[in-house]
Design a protein around this ligand. Structure first.
Ligand SMILES: Nc1ncnc2c1ncn2[C@@H]1O[C@H](COP(=O)(O)OP(=O)(O)OP(=O)(O)O)[C@@H](O)[C@H]1O
Ligand SMILES: [Mg+2]
Length: 250
């Protein structure tokens, strides 16, 4: 029997802002190839949790291990870690003064120390994968939201991450552009990329993920397979949360 390879272990993670405890004793594991959807009401701590995993916030307690290594160890090279555990943001965070192609090259050269020519080839390959090859020389301001998000995904992929974190990647998009981004993400999931996705897209959580985490008020209220969470939720809070989506997106 083949054991799944453990990539990330979050244990007893805590985070407070002042005296406001935002994350309380968060425990979960991510194995290679897992697609974990994180759902929950606004303010439940989903972004804070992803930001701790990406070291955009300093965890307040507990541990986050990447291949067994504590990422808060001062010896960890943070930019190199962020290349391996990349992040895609709601508002794209592209460099607006650079072209699409330059956006996808810069990190590869500066952080991954790739040769410019190799970085260029790889950027073009990933931009082709997300359907953005025709826009290599465009600036972000010339693109739609869906196109910008696809460039942001290509840029993250060009770093050859082991895990990609997505924080509501479709929430800032006009409705007609949501599908093009979700379909890129679904393709990545099918190719076996390990992903953690904070989302309000319940159909994505149900149909694409291997695992669903429901967060409420800074704790993991319930987690399980999509079949368990959407088909037979145990907690009343989970049931109540999902009921709000019944008549809308799924
Ligand atoms: N930098 C900060 N300083 C102070 N409080 C913060 C900070 N970041 C987040 N919070 C608070 O932490 C709580 C959790 O916020 P977080 O953004 O993680 O929630 P979320 O689940 O991502 O919500 P949403 O669905 O609206 O994005 C909220 O009460 C928020 O106001
Ligand atoms: Mg958030």
């Amino acid at each position: 029997m083949s054991e799944k390879e453990l990539i990330l272990q979050v244990s007893h993670l805590q985070k407070s802002f002042g005296n406001h405890a935002v994350l309380n004793d968060i425990d979960f594991e991510v194995c290679k190839g897992d697609v974990v959807s994180i759902i929950g009401a606004s303010g439940s701590g989903k972004s804070t949790m992803l930001r701790c995993i990406n070291l955009l916030e300093e965890p307040g307690g507990g541990a986050i291990l990447f291949h067994g290594q504590d990422i808060t160890d001062p010896k960890v090279n943070v930019p190199a870690y962020r290349a391996k555990v990349g992040m895609v943001f709601q508002n794209f965070n592209l460099f607006n003064n650079m072209t699409v192609l330059e956006n996808c090259i810069v990190g590869q050269v500066k952080v991954a120390k790739k040769k410019p020519e190799e970085a260029r080839e790889s950027a073009i390959r990933y931009l082709r994968q997300v359907g953005m090859e025709p826009f290599l020389n465009a600036k972000p301001r010339q693109l739609s939201g869906g196109q910008k998000q696809r460039v942001a995904i290509a840029r993250a992929l060009a770093m050859e991450p082991e895990v990609l974190l997505f924080d509501e990647p479709t929430s800032a998009l006009d409705p007609q552009m949501v599908g093009e981004v979700l379909s890129v993400m679904e393709d990545l999931a099918k190719q076996g990329l390990t992903m953690l996705v904070v989302t309000h897209e319940m159909a994505f959580a149900r149909d694409v993920s291997t695992h669903v985490i429901y967060m409420s008020e800074g704790v993991i209220e319930e987690e399980g397979t999509p079949e368990q969470i959407f088909g037979a939720p145990k907690s009343d809070k989970t049931k109540e949360f999902l009921a709000r989506f019944r008549n809308t997106s799924i």
